[in-house]
Design a protein around this ligand. Structure first.
Ligand code: NAD
Length: 273
């Protein structure tokens, strides 16, 4: 019988691929035989990521290209390079994103103190930085007759998570865009190009370490609140997202589109009581 999870030689473009979650996913997908395009903003970080990928999987098929997700000409150039190298594009993983310190309302401030410029920047990165790569890379998937787009949502999208107003609004926008584009692509391609999101719960990384842990590694009050609202009682590990991504990228999910798959230790299912 056909292996529904076979992704050998599929060409996956991954933005934010020098970051924690998308970088870990890129290495895992390369280890499963996919051809990986690491997109990032820094050549130096890309070089380090490629070295790591080839150390983990000796015959890894991976290339690194510099592109800011808000820079259309750079994305178009990256797309052309991928098509010239491997002749097709089978998936886009929109892994670039995250919160920004200036867009977070500190504990002693309120919405009235919101720095609107930072709000706009965080929406730019998370929402527009998902829409623009999708715009640039979908034509190649439509033409190739196969495609899977995966966006990164957040548990701050379906419910209010205090202090992260811009990030939450942007991720709610990403969820709606996921559904919108899923419907558009389904109708235009007869289901050949699919669009879904993963919704990570809380994964400790450089972006949120300051908010969630103290210098000695103990939890901050916010970190404690999050853990007590996560039925698993812990933060997630980057490799716990691999299975969700693999499923959404592979033929195993070929009738699945427009969904948001939570990988959150039960955070969004829990009422907190
Ligand atoms: N870590 C978590 O707990 C968590 C939870 C929910 C959702 N997410 C989402 O998962 C995704 C990955 O997050 P992460 O924790 O790995 O963060 P990360 O900071 O480690 O990775 C994000 C990457 O995006 C890149 N990036 C930022 N701006 C960019 C731009 N303009 N153009 C191109 N690249 C840019 C960064 O350089 C970085 O490599 C993000 O969308 C984030 O919002 C993370």
């Amino acid at each position: 019988m056909k292996n529904l999870f076979d992704i050998t030689d599929r060409v996956f473009v991954i933005t934010g691929a020098t970051g924690a979650l998308a970088g870990s996913a890129a290495n895992y997908l390369a280890s499963q035989g996919a051809r990986i395009v690491f997109l990032g903003r820094s050549q130096e970080k890309l070089d380090a990521a490629l070295t790591k990928c080839r150390t983990i999987t000796l015959d890894a098929q991976c290339i690194g290209l510099v592109a800011d997700v808000l820079d259309r000409p750079a994305l178009e150039q990256a797309r052309d390079t991928v098509l010239a190298t491997w002749g097709r594009i089978d998936a886009l993983v929109n892994g670039a994103g995250g919160n920004m310190p200036g867009a977070t309302i500190p504990p002693d401030k309120s919405f009235s103190d919101l720095d609107f410029e930072s709000f706009q920047q965080v929406v730019d990165l998370n929402l527009h930085g998902t829409v623009l790569p999708s715009l640039v890379f979908t034509p190649a998937m439509i033409e190739g007759g196969r495609g899977s787009i995966i966006n990164y949502s957040s548990v701050s999208s379906p419910q209010a998570v205090t202090r992260v107003v811009g990030y939450s609004a942007a991720k709610a926008g990403v969820d709606n865009f996921t559904r919108w584009l899923a419907v558009d692509m389904a109708k235009r391609t007869g289901g050949k190009v699919r669009v879904n999101s993963v919704m990570p719960g809380f994964f400790l990384g450089e972006q949120n370490r300051r908010l969630l842990t103290n210098e000695d590694g103990s939890l901050t009050d916010r970190g404690n609140t999050i853990i007590s609202n996560t039925p698993f009682g812990r933060f997630g590990q980057a490799d716990e997202l691999h299975g969700a991504l693999h499923y959404l990228l592979a033929d195993a999910s070929q009738f699945v589109t427009g969904t948001v798959l939570a990988v959150d230790g039960g955070f969004v299912a829990f009422s907190g009581v």
